[in-house]
Design a protein around this ligand. Sequence first.
Ligand SMILES: *Cc1c(COP(=O)(O)O)cnc(C)c1O
Length: 343
Amino acid sequence: MKIKDLARENIWNLKPYSSARDEFSGSVKIQLDANENPFDNGLNRYPDPYQNELKSVLSEIKGVEIKNMILGNGSDELIDMLIRSFCEPRIDNILTVRPSYGMYKVSAAINDVELVEVDLNADFSLNVKALLEKVNSNTKLLMLCSPNNPSGNLLEVSAIEELLNSFNGLVVIDEAYIDFSKEISWSKRLSEYPQLVVLQTLSKFYGLASLRVGIGYASEEIVGLLNKVKPPYNVNGLSQESAIERIKNQKERNRLLESILNERTRLNQFLKASKLVQTVLPSDTNFLLVKFTDAERVYIALKDLGIVVRNRSNEPLCNNCLRITIGTPAENQELMNQLKRLK
Ligand SMILES: *Cc1c(COP(=O)(O)O)cnc(C)c1O
């Protein structure tokens, strides 16, 4: 399988916009090539279109080479870029699972690309056979989310390997929650699978949702193609600077991770013992999917008390399920106190 044959022809042949910073990127005394305002206020220059400084910090933390990275304005932008680059509107299709992250459906719809959904098994594991049965010659992307949102579980490595070995298209694994898991990232296996794309984000574990920085890992060929499609300055200068500053503090981050994981255990134990709850799903993320006997009633009662959780009851396999993000210890305590009072 060749990336050239998977990509949309117009994108493969695209001559990308060439910015002033593409044509000259060294440092000089006088810069009169980009129609910027010359008066220095700290923000008057265009940012690095390839975010090399931020990528080099990320590369060190993540152990993936810069040439295999592309950054997006959130990973949501990368999802859209992948669809636009590989799926011909009204002709190609994307395969994914239900329930999973809602943006796959929205991004596919915006691009007028069909999304084919296959239900996960009752335990939220992959149904490889059912997925492969849905593949046709126009299936360009397989979108998977592991650990999965909203179920919180990792998808089995062996099942994903089987899909990677059988499916002749791009396999995208969204790892927005991988930092909360002990499992190693699929980004470590790019050299084995040239059609693999891995997405991560600074929005969850790194606590930088407001900056809008998503990370894509893929072969140089795929990264090169996506670089042609991305808006030249898709990650703004303040976000780049701020991300570089903040992600360096590993020690503090590990401390916060420990708190979230401890709290996840504490909340899990409490919920499992609660009379309102049927089951709590095992989680490799910073949230719990909880099956209540009457989710709607609990949802409304909590909302009236000023605590909002996500009602996922209308998602397939999620009847009576609420998705609860792990908060600070005080927030979780308050949630537990209120649930205790609910009769
Ligand atoms: C939150 C989330 C994202 C969003 O990431 P951004 O980088 O903030 O756009 C992507 N995928 C999944 C599965 C998520 O839950």
